[in-house]
Design a protein around this ligand. Structure first.
Ligand SMILES: [Zn+2]
Length: 291
């Protein structure tokens, strides 16, 4: 199954609900960064959460999330845009902890003391930035807490990554439900109760259910319709040209230092792991072109 999200809105326009499957892109990220199981789950949840937040954006808008905690993972950085592209990495990929209460210990890896910083580039004036303390370090509740504290939008967020014994991800996905004013308290209570009683996202996906089925389970009899279906993928915006610009920004003297004892320089992208190699001749040419 391809990765995708579906977005629905109620006929009365008071509730927006999104559900997605992200199994392939989480496996892609795991392969690129060589993450161990607990780090895979943490990164996968953050990538999925970023996709859910970006599902509310237009194609030219972007959102970036930085989770900084006091655990061994140190940090998670993810960025997603309104086209379905997402990229991200963790501070320390080699983090694997024993399960806690039968579940992957993501909060043990990230830590529950720290901050979540959300930056949104909506292509209007300045980039909007909001910072909240980590709520639990489990990612989903941290994003829900961010929405309620920083944007005053009551939200329910569910995220799941199922990691097999061999490290492979067999299911990943999530959902986001937001209440828009004027809110109907009875309706919200019903939805919260359904979410509390439904199986986890990964259990549903492993049972063969689709994001559409998860939305139906959440909204049920509330009149609603699907407003978007978007393909999702791990995709990085880095390129050789952009890396070249970063090298030029170091300045001629620094570049001369770098090539004084080396035939070539490898510059890797933190977000996707791609390596761009520049030979001494190319770097010399870059310096000359600046004069
Ligand atoms: Zn990259």
């Amino acid at each position: 199954m391809e990765d995708y999200m579906v977005k629905a809105i109620t006929e009365s326009k008071d509730i927006i609900a999104v559900a997605c499957v992200t199994t392939n892109l989480v496996n892609d990220a795991r392969g690129r960064h060589g993450t161990y199981p607990t780090a895979t789950a943490a990164l996968g949840r953050a990538l999925t959460g970023a996709e859910l937040m970006a599902s509310l954006l237009d194609p030219d808008q972007r959102v970036a999330l930085k989770f900084q905690g006091d655990g061994p993972l140190k940090k998670i950085l993810v960025e997603a845009d309104g086209t379905g592209a997402v990229r991200g990495y963790v501070g320390v990929p080699e983090v694997n902890l024993p399960p806690k209460n039968g579940k992957i210990d993501v909060s043990g890896a990230l830590g529950s003391n720290g901050y979540l910083t959300v930056s949104k580039d909506l292509r209007v004036k300045d980039v909007y930035t909001g910072v909240v303390r980590l709520h639990s370090g489990e990612i989903a509740s941290d994003i829900a807490y961010y929405f309620s504290e920083s944007e005053q939008i009551p939200s329910a967020v569910g995220l799941g990554v199922f990691v097999e014994r061999d490290g492979e991800v067999s299911a990943a996905g999530g959902f986001l439900v937001q209440s828009l004013p004027p809110s109907d308290d009875e309706r919200i209570d019903a939805i919260v109760s359904r979410i509390e009683h439904m199986d986890s996202v990964t259990a549903q996906l492993r049972d063969g259910r689709l994001p559409e089925d998860i939305l139906e389970l959440i909204l049920q009899d509330i009149p609603h319709y699907i407003i978007e279906n978007r393909q999702l993928a791990f995709r990085c915006s880095c390129s050789r040209e952009r890396t070249e610009q970063a090298v030029i920004a170091l300045g001629a003297e620094e570049i001369r230092n770098i090539i004084s004892d080396r035939e070539s320089v490898d510059i890797s992208c933190q977000f996707c792991g791609a390596v761009h190699t520049f030979s001494r001749e190319e770097l010399k040419r870059l310096i000359e072109e600046q004069h």
